[in-house]
Each structure stands twice: as C-alpha cells, then as structure tokens.
Design a protein around this ligand. Sequence first.
Ligand SMILES: [Ca+2]
Length: 216
Amino acid sequence: MRTYLLLALVLLTRNAGAEEVLKWNQGGWKYWDAAKLEAPDWKAANFDDQAWKDGTSPLGYGDDDIKTKISFGDNDAAKILTYHFRHAIELDDVVHLAGEMIVDDGAVVFANGKEVYRINLPQGELKPTTTARIAKSGDLERYKHKFVIEKDKLTKGKNIIAIEVHQIGGTSSDLAVDLQLEAVVDDAEFKKRKDAAGQEAEMIENAINTAEAASQ
Ligand SMILES: [Ca+2]
C-alpha cells in the first residue's frame, strides 16, 4: 500500500512538475558585446554565432554574482548600450514554455527570431542607442520576471532563444541577464502561468508609466 502510494505520488509529481529546458547559471550562452553588430538576422534560428563569445549565466558586469563578465567597451563613462545573447535549447516535443528572466535594465526575448517578451523598453523598433525606460536598482535588479513562449513559436529539436539587453545609459555601473525556461505540457497549468505572467506584465507596465510620468 505504501509503495503504491509512493508510486502514485511520484507519477503525480512528474505530471505536475514542469521540465527545465534552460536553467539558471547555465553554460552554453553565446554573446556579442562589441560596439556594432552588423547582422540584422542575429536572432534567427539559423544564424551562425560561432564567432560570438561563450559564457555561463548570469552574464553582465558590475555585480558580484555575475559568472561571465562581458565587455562594455573602453569608455566607462560611455558604455555600450545594447548587448546580444543566444542560447540553443532542444525540445523532444513541441510544448509551451514558461520562463523567468533576470535583467538589468531592459530586454526583448525572441524565440526562433519571433519576439515573445519585452520588459522595460519602449514599443516599436529598437536601435543600438535605445535605452531602457527606467533605471533598475536594489532588489529589482534580480527580480524574476515571468513570461511564456507559446508552442506555435517553437519546433521539435533545436530552438534558439535570443535576448537583446539595453542599458539605462552609458554611465550605468551594472548590467545582467539570466533566464530559466520550463516545458509546460498541461494546458490548464500553462493557462495559469500565462495569466500570471500577463497580470505581472500589466502591473509592471503601470509602475513604469507612473515612474516615467513622475520624472517628467
Ligand atoms: Ca544598468
């Protein structure tokens, strides 16, 4: 009886538990931290990133928990404003993904070239000189932002998650990015995650709008 119960619990845990497809503090990140990236297709799944550097997350600079220190250029008072990151993930089946991201300051996440999440950045086209909307400080710098990637953006086998990170300004002392992704097979569970991410995004958008209005 006890064995049976244990087995049932294990199965239940397996069903409910989401499988991690990308972990915090993971190696295998590719990044571009030089001033100019002349590659409009850098976020595409088939882009050749062999010339990019390799690293383990969190990637960035200026804080103690950074595992891979990237370059901000040669001028501390006029740092590079935009940085590019890529990571390949393998999917045995096409499933929804639920993610959490740490970012200092603003970022856009792409799945196989399609935008899936944008945080603390203006709408519309982003330029290398675009800056984040508000400066992050304190606990906000390591806040785990929730988002989802719907399965219609994904494919069986290799997928590329690409992130464009923007600084608040050229004098900002720090930058960071790290990401976790889980496969969510259960539709009801995915809806729960998607709703939670949507509510959080709306709350953050309102808070940023308020902060921007107050600073004008
Ligand atoms: Ca910063």
